[in-house]
Design a protein around this ligand. Structure first.
Ligand SMILES: NC(=O)c1ccc[n+]([C@@H]2O[C@H](COP(=O)([O-])OP(=O)(O)OC[C@H]3O[C@@H](n4cnc5c(N)ncnc54)[C@H](O)[C@@H]3O)[C@@H](O)[C@H]2O)c1
Length: 303
């Protein structure tokens, strides 16, 4: 029987702070396939996330009824590459108080240390499931330079930086997956603030990084372009519930996307079953991306 087996693999999923987003679903699916899964959590969300876990408030179920929890939680702010990049107003902010080692290079060093002697002793799977665009509610045309660059830094460059620093500790058949959205390739009203630009960069970089990191580290780099999900991050867009309904009405498969659909696709892309797939952006959106005209239009009814 064909099986998706990730036993003995070490995974790191960056961008997990509750059980409603794609990161949590991906982590659960990797764990269900046998991987040891560590997660990276944005410092301002760390306290509430760890408390929710301790109090058993998150959906920790795996197929078959067993329970899962991350092997370890690392504070991670993907806006910063090294300690000297963190401005004083951030490091001294009460949401970062008492936390250290949350820049990308420090998390890579901590992982290198923690993984020695565990499973493959290397990082096998890296998932980038994070984004932030402070001006996402502004049209692109009304976005400030600072807002645009902040969206690009947190949501796109962070992948480049992570592969730069995690690549050297990854196993030669390792896999990287990031999360994108259709706004990378089509105009999506309401997805502003430079977030569409960041997703375009993320998808373009997926191809270039697939080549460069493939040659340098032997790893595969892919992206999933997911349909809308009412996650905590997506609620910042303001119209997410209506987008979810719209997709369910107009996609070829008239069903609401669940985070678990993306979790399963990510587990596949990170598995040996996808050994020949790299540089790809895989749509996991009930087929919506294939549509050229909405389905519930008056144009389809006869006079
Ligand atoms: N929800 C959707 O409709 C949708 C659709 C397509 C793609 N995506 C993408 O999926 C990914 C995950 O988002 P989600 O919707 O599951 O929401 P989510 O809220 O579960 O995940 C986003 C995570 O990013 C973290 N984050 C924000 N800034 C960070 C930083 N500087 N450093 C580290 N972490 C940071 C947040 O704390 C949060 O945990 C994102 O890339 C998002 O753009 C979402």
């Amino acid at each position: 029987m064909l099986s998706l087996d990730l036993s003995g693999k070490n995974a790191f999923v960056a961008g997990v702070a509750d059980d409603r987003g794609f990161g949590w679903a991906i982590a659960r699916h990797l764990a269900a396939a046998g991987a040891s899964v560590r997660v990276g959590t944005w410092p301002p969300a760390l306290g509430i996330f760890t408390k929710s876990l301790e109090r058993g408030k998150l959906d920790q179920s795996l197929p078959g009824g067993s329970e899962w929890a991350p092997t370890k939680i690392y504070p991670l702010d993907a806006e910063y590459d090294a300690p000297e990049d963190v401005p004083a107003d951030v490091s001294e902010n009460k949401r970062y108080a008492g936390l250290h080692g949350y820049t990308i290079s420090e998390v890579a060093a901590a992982l290198a240390h923690d993984l020695s002697g565990e499973g493959s002793g290397r990082l096998d799977i890296l998932v980038h499931s994070l984004a932030n665009g402070p001006e996402v509610q502004n049209d692109l045309l009304d976005t400030s330079r600072a807002g645009y660059l902040a969206a690009m830094g947190a949501s796109a460059y962070s992948l480049v930086s992570m592969i730069q620093r995690f690549g050297p500790i990854m196993s030669a058949d390792g896999a990287v997956v990031s999360l994108s959205y259709l706004a990378a390739e089509r105009a999506i009203p309401g997805y502003g603030g430079g977030m569409s630009s960041a997703k375009s960069a993320l998808e373009g970089d997926t191809r270039t990084l697939a080549f460069e990191a493939g040659r340098r580290f032997g790893i595969r780099v892919n992206s999933i372009s997911a349909g809308p999900l009412a996650s905590r991050a997506a609620k910042a867009i303001g119209t997410i519930e209506r987008m979810v309904d719209y997709y369910a009405q107009n996609a070829p498969i008239q069903r609401e996307l669940e985070a678990d659909h993306v979790g399963a696709a990510a587990a596949f892309l990170c598995s040996p079953l996808a050994a020949a797939i790299s540089g790809e952006t895989l749509h996991v959106d009930m087929g919506y991306h294939a549509m050229g005209m909405i389905a519930d239009t008056d144009l389809l009814t006869e006079d």
